[in-house]
Design a binder for this molecule. Sequence first.
Ligand SMILES: *[C@@H]1O[C@H](CO)[C@@H](O)[C@H](O)[C@H]1NC(C)=O
Ligand SMILES: *[C@@H]1O[C@H](CO)[C@@H](O)[C@H](O)[C@H]1NC(C)=O
Ligand SMILES: *[C@@H]1O[C@H](CO)[C@@H](O)[C@H](O)[C@H]1NC(C)=O
Length: 318
Amino acid sequence: MDSRVFLSLFLFLFFLLYFPNVSHSFLLRGWLADDKKTEESRLKLKSETRSSSVFDPTKVTQLSWHPRAFLFKGFLSDEECDHFITLAKDKMEKSMVADNASGKSVESEVRTSSGMFLNKQQDDIVSNVEDRLAAWTFLPIENGEAMQILHYEHGQKYEPHFDYFSDPVNQQMGGHRYATVLMYLSNVVKGGETVFPDSEAQLNQPKDDSLSDCAKEGYAVKPRKGDALLFFGLHLNTTTDPRSLHGSCPVIEGEKWSATKWIHVKDYDNPIIVSQDCIDEHVNCTHWAAKGECRNNPIYMVGSKTSKGYCRKSCAVC
Ligand SMILES: *[C@@H]1O[C@H](CO)[C@@H](O)[C@H](O)[C@H]1NC(C)=O
Ligand SMILES: *[C@@H]1O[C@H](CO)[C@@H](O)[C@H](O)[C@H]1NC(C)=O
Ligand SMILES: *[C@@H]1O[C@H](CO)[C@@H](O)[C@H](O)[C@H]1NC(C)=O
């Protein structure tokens, strides 16, 4: 076996072990479409020509496994943080929340910050950060929403909530939010911690006076300029993880700036809207069904309780 083939296989197996369900939907389709084409790794970033997009794994620590949460120290440079704040500063509006049933944006006392959305690939600095986020999370750029910049002044907060949506409207765009990366753009003198009230890790965290009272109610991450917090709202099997409940504690002294990247299960830029009719959504459904994929890869092929599969006709489930 030559070394490229070996490396491709190794990366593929590693990815499969790490994100079994995600890799099914992203990889297996392409993989099965052409059984002989094994020389090429499927892990390449689309934007490989734009930047080197490698990350140093020694800068990342696991904070908690239930929910899955990781901290990347110094993910952003000071200049990148300042740049994001400059882009956002004069465009801030009161933050909204999604209504549980309708999915519409509504004002709420639960969330008192102000915020705005950047555009994807708005400039070279934004693009470069988006590339690095994809490299770190192993999740494709097209699955991400545009970054949201948030500003919390004295007393402002976001009470514990989930990032996945309860309403069906928001889930049409790329499915559930799978992962969230919170990037801290400023230091906060006191308060403003990200808190996970149901994290298993809260029992091991010393509750010293550097934490606000709100932060002591769970596992807390202190905002530090440049650090990035990655956590997953879904389990590995893509069901929602209620332990991903998290909030932003009130700022007690100073102010807090942060940037959020939400990453979905599927393509967010060009979502496939699955129709209600009994049809196949991909030209190779018949081929895959004949190879046993309805049984081996049911979430993509047939679907689950919350989302319809892409090959329901060939799998004879409608
Ligand atoms: C369908 O499968 C064939 C061969 O198995 C492959 O060449 C083709 O690219 C696939 N089509 C799509 C749209 O993926
Ligand atoms: C929305 O749903 C969440 C979780 O199911 C619940 O905690 C919250 O109270 C609901 N909010 C409203 C306004 O109904
Ligand atoms: C998905 O995984 C979670 C966590 O491991 C587990 O509690 C849950 O029962 C699983 N659900 C299904 C449908 O497999």
